[in-house]
Design a protein around this ligand. Structure first.
Ligand code: NAD
Length: 354
């Protein structure tokens, strides 16, 4: 008998697969129901090591499908949701914003509705939690100084961040209007194993391995905060169990990098790992036309989760990058599998017609 039956949406994606793995292994008393539509970003190979676990179930379903969500709620007597499923790539949101409206906004509202219908009718709302995983991009861009925190006003600039902002607002509204128990966390850029190679760090690792150009947007001076994905999963675990209900938390790595410096660091580390001449990979850096609406700088003040719950990153950037690069070098089959087919077409559209 399981003490909780938790849906994790988007569990076959990058961050979701780390959250699923952590919960399945750490909490054998919980049943984890991974709900994922397996879009281009979803990959069950990310979860090979847990798929046989007795407390793990996979449900291939779209979060927009109300009947499917109803069936899953009834079949598994769902007690909680950790919601990660989303269209997650800014560049794709610029190409096709409606996909982001459907999944990120309507999909989230559909899940909220199903949760509301099941959890509020028994009058025990406090026994349940809708945990919504979101991004720092909802806050817009920072100048040279300052940090995003829980009190920063929303100012989304891309179709992706606008869709995530809308979903955050709906979650908050369901807490206020209907009394659903919720938590929202807004996290900075993640990196680590199983990251789809359309995002900066895995894209550049992949291109360096293949000696392909490293496309850097604009002047390369865009600044991002980077957090190792396993530390994000640990923060989600902590907030799920101990976070204040109907509250929000910002999560970050205290680790800001200008894109160009990060790319040069990756080049140095990869040259050493691949026994190449120092400086060889840096020659691959190619500046390309800027992304429209590109936010200059993101940085997070994560002091609330640190002070209230003692969370802080467990690895340094160097340790996290080392583990990440080793993972990609040791899992070339995974990389080849995800970069074949549709990825090729997307890559051509994005990086070769400029
Ligand atoms: P991802 O793109 O790697 O994975 C998304 C997963 O959702 C995939 O498995 C995909 O198949 C699934 N999915 C997409 N649409 C679906 C639908 N309609 N129904 C069911 N499943 C669907 O994303 P990620 O990088 O792991 O991000 C996960 C969450 O964390 C997102 O909500 C994202 O906004 C948020 N986030 C990401 C980052 C980051 O750096 N990657 C940072 C902060 C917050």
């Amino acid at each position: 008998m399981f003490t909780k039956n938790i849906i994790i949406t988007g569990g076959a994606g990058f961050i979701g697969s780390h959250v699923v793995r952590l919960f399945v292994n750490k909490y054998p008393e919980y049943r984890i129901v991974n709900v994922d539509a397996l879009t281009y970003a979803g990959n069950l190979a990310n979860l090979k090591d847990v798929e046989q676990a007795p407390n793990y179930v996979f449900e291939k379903a779209n979060i927009l499908d109300t009947d499917a969500m109803e069936r899953i709620f009834n079949t598994w007597q769902i007690t909680d949701i950790i919601h990660l499923a989303a269209e997650s790539h800014v560049d794709r949101s610029i190409l096709s914003p409606m996909d982001f409206v459907y999944t990120n906004v309507a999909g989230t509202v559909n899940l909220l509705n199903v949760a509301k219908q099941h959890w509020l009718k028994d009058g025990e709302a406090d026994r349940h939690l809708f945990y919504h995983v979101s991004t720092d991009e909802v806050f817009g861009a920072l100048g040279e100084t300052g940090f995003f925190s829980e009190t920063t006003p929303y100012h989304p600039n891309s179709p992706y961040s606008a869709s995530k902002a809308a979903s955050d607002h709906f979650v908050r509204a369901y807490a206020e209007t209907y009394g659903l128990n919720t938590i929202i966390s807004n996290c900075s850029n993640n990196y680590g194993p199983y990251h789809f190679p359309e995002k900066l760090i895995p894209l550049f690792i992949h291109n360096i391995i293949q000696r392909k150009p490293l496309p850097v947007y604009g002047d390369g001076l865009y600044t991002r905060d980077w957090l190792f994905v396993k530390d994000h999963a640990l923060a989600i675990d902590l907030l799920f169990h101990k976070g204040k209900r109907n509250d929000t938390y910002t999560i970050g790595g205290f680790n800001e990098w200008k894109n160009i410096d990060l790319v040069k660091l990756l080049c140095r580390l990869m040259d050493a790992k691949l026994h190449r001449t120092p400086g060889e990979s840096e020659q691959l850096i190619t500046f390309i036309k800027d992304r429209p609406g590109h936010d200059r700088r993101y940085a997070i003040d994560a002091s609330k989760i640190n002070k209230e719950l003692g969370w802080k990153p467990t690895v340094t950037f160097e340790q996290g990058l080392d583990e990440t690069i080793d993972w990609y070098l040791n899992n070339r089959e995974w990389l080849e599998q995800v970069t074949s087919g549709a990825y090729q077409q997307y890559y051509e559209t994005m990086y070769t017609r400029r």
